[in-house]
Design a protein. Structure first.
Length: 185
């Protein structure tokens, strides 16, 4: 995958693909696509409920924003992942060789020139087991509705239900050093 695939794999997924193509050593993994997240919302029937909760929200009312955020995240975390989707995630995890993985959020509206959603969604490290990976993917989906992410989307003029989230799952590496680099052109 690469930059052209951002609508499918999100900003982080696209950048991981670009680094892989440039032969930078990136831990192996797979990506649960943004389309899969959208299918989850549709098959579960959550989309209209989430839209309703967000429709009359005053984004400057911090207490109400937190309450709506928690309600949406709870709905997503308590809704079962459809069996076909869960089976595909489990199969990809087995093909990766089981063991500890990083389950990372990759929104379709992140790492853009006009907006940066960096750090607004969740990442889970050292996740082990098929069921645990599925649960971490669902938790990443829920994190698209963190209060700060809802506020930022509203502030930047993004339609909440137009932004989707992909989830890269990568084998964990035990590093002796690590860091983060941000660039600005």
């Amino acid at each position: 995958v690469g930059k052209k695939d951002t609508p499918t794999v999100g900003g982080k997924g696209a950048n991981l693909g670009e680094m892989t193509q440039a032969q930078i050593p990136v831990p192996p993994g797979f990506i649960v696509t943004a389309h899969t997240y959208t299918r989850f919302l549709e098959q579960s029937g959550l989309r209209p409920t989430i839209q309703e909760l967000l429709s009359s929200l005053d984004y400057n009312d911090s207490a109400r924003l937190q309450k709506v955020s928690e309600e949406i995240k709870s709905l997503i975390r308590s809704t079962p992942v459809p069996e076909q989707i869960a089976a595909q995630i489990k199969k990809a995890y087995r093909q990766l060789g089981d063991g500890p993985v990083a389950v990372r959020s990759s929104a379709t509206a992140e790492d853009l020139s006009e907006a940066s959603f960096a750090g607004q969604q969740s990442t889970f490290l050292n996740v082990v087991g098929e069921e645990e990976v599925v649960e971490a993917v669902r938790a990443c989906w829920a994190s698209l509705f963190e209060a700060r992410a809802i506020f930022y989307r509203a502030d930047k003029g993004f339609e909440h239900m137009e932004v989707a989230i992909a989830v890269p799952v990568q084998r964990m590496v035990q590093s002796s050093r690590s860091g983060v680099m941000f660039t600005l052109e």
